[in-house]
Design a protein around this ligand. Structure first.
Ligand SMILES: NC(=O)C1=CN([C@@H]2O[C@H](COP(=O)(O)OP(=O)(O)OC[C@H]3O[C@@H](n4cnc5c(N)ncnc54)[C@H](O)[C@@H]3O)[C@@H](O)[C@H]2O)C=CC1
Ligand SMILES: CC(=O)[C@H](N)C(=O)O
Length: 343
């Protein structure tokens, strides 16, 4: 089978690899769609994210969907022919975090495209059947692949306890911010504000249904928040840009007693935040890391047409042109690039 292998920063090689055989508890999936995530681009450009360093040739890609072509002897939940999406993080299932249901915090998780684990820019993947979800006919494979970033958005809103009638400010209109905004809306938020610094992204957030999208380089965000909340502040802020300035100002827009969820990853680990604001405002401040138990909800939301993930995709490239896909994904106005593996 063919695999797009990152051999050095900025260098992909299409290599032949042995097609895997599914273990008894696995299914073999013929991969058909893989989204390019910001973390893939980071490994492509820099060869590392923090302590995760690409030391050996690595297959990137963790937003994937395809068709089951074979099942292990112990699998009875899926059959060949099923159209599926793959949850990319498989935990140990035994540690205290797994047993508590927070399996995304498992220290021994195998996460696709995170060194040393290969990802999905490859023709076939063998994956544990309980981390593979069947897609209804109404959900395309491209949409199925984007259950991954949608899951990040759903989890962030769950962490923030977004409830009917809430006002929510999402900072950053990349795929994570846009899908967090959508997740907030389906959780019942009645006011959704979104920020960015790229005019095309601000415009897209507004087209997708934000009550107001704000270019923070042009407009005073505080005034916009005041206008939409009678000067009180929003109930929940979801910081989804990872930009230092946005992280620092995330506490400014929230009401006293409100909640701030940090999803974005800052370029540096330490960002000064006013702790007195947290105490005095009795704020709930949460981190949000990946997701757990979100894929079934993501599939259902897509089946109901409640969230538009297809509208995030700006370009499709074949596996043969994975370089082109990554070049395209670095453009500031591009939200999502999809790699297709159709013959
Ligand atoms: N905690 C988690 O589990 C996960 C975290 N992430 C992180 O979440 C963040 C968002 O991910 P993506 O949407 O894929 O990234 P992205 O880079 O596509 O989107 C970030 C957006 O923030 C905008 N931005 C930059 N500076 C800003 C500012 N000062 N104010 C408002 N917006 C600003 C950018 O123009 C861009 O549109 C990244 O930091 C990423 O590493 C991504 C996936 C999972
Ligand atoms: C941080 C990422 O972008 C990625 N989705 C991951 O969960 O590792």
């Amino acid at each position: 089978m063919r695999a797009a292998v990152l051999t050095d920063p900025g260098e992909f090689e299409l290599r032949e690899r042995a097609r895997p055989d599914p273990a008894p508890d696995e299914v073999l999936v013929r991969i058909r769609r893989v989204g390019v995530c910001g973390s893939d681009v980071h490994y492509y450009e820099h060869g590392r994210i923090g302590d995760y360093v690409v030391e050996d040739p690595l297959v990137l890609g963790h937003e994937s969907a395809g068709e089951v072509v074979a099942v292990g002897e112990a699998v009875d939940s899926l059959e060949p022919g099923a159209r599926v999406t793959l949850e990319p993080g498989v935990p140990c299932r035994r540690c205290p975090h797994c047993k508590r249901g927070s399996y995304h915090l498992c220290p021994d998780v195998t996460f696709m495209a995170t060194p040393p684990h290969d990802g999905a820019f490859v023709e076939y993947v063998a994956w544990p059947a309980d981390f593979v979800y069947e897609l209804p006919d109404s959900v395309s494979l491209g949409e199925g692949a984007l259950c991954e970033p949608l899951s990040v958005g759903i989890h962030a809103c769950r962490r923030g306890g977004v409830a009917p009638g809430d006002s929510v400010l999402v900072t950053g209109a990349g795929p994570i911010g846009l899908l967090a905004a959508d997740a907030a809306r389906v959780a019942g938020a009645t006011t959704v504000l979104v920020t960015d610094v790229v005019p095309e992204k601000v415009a897209r957030a507004e087209r997708r249904g934000a009550d107001q999208a704000v270019d923070v380089t042009e407009v005073d965000l505080g005034a916009v928040v005041d206008e939409h909340t009678d000067g009180v502040g929003v109930d929940v802020v979801v910081e989804a840009s990872g930009a230092t300035a946005s992280i620092q100002s995330a506490l400014d827009g929230v009401r006293r007693g409100g909640t701030v969820v940090f999803v974005g990853l800052a370029p540096e680990a330490e960002v000064p935040i006013d702790v007195l604001d947290i105490v005095d405002g009795e704020l709930d401040v949460h981190g949000s890391f990946r997701y757990a138990n979100t894929y079934p909800a993501a599939v259902d939301l897509l089946a109901q047409g409640a969230v538009d993930v297809a509208g995030l995709v700006d370009a499709e490239h074949s596996l043969d042109d994975v370089d082109g896909a990554f070049q395209r994904a670095t453009a500031p106005d591009v939200v999502k690039v999809m790699v297709t593996l159709d013959r």
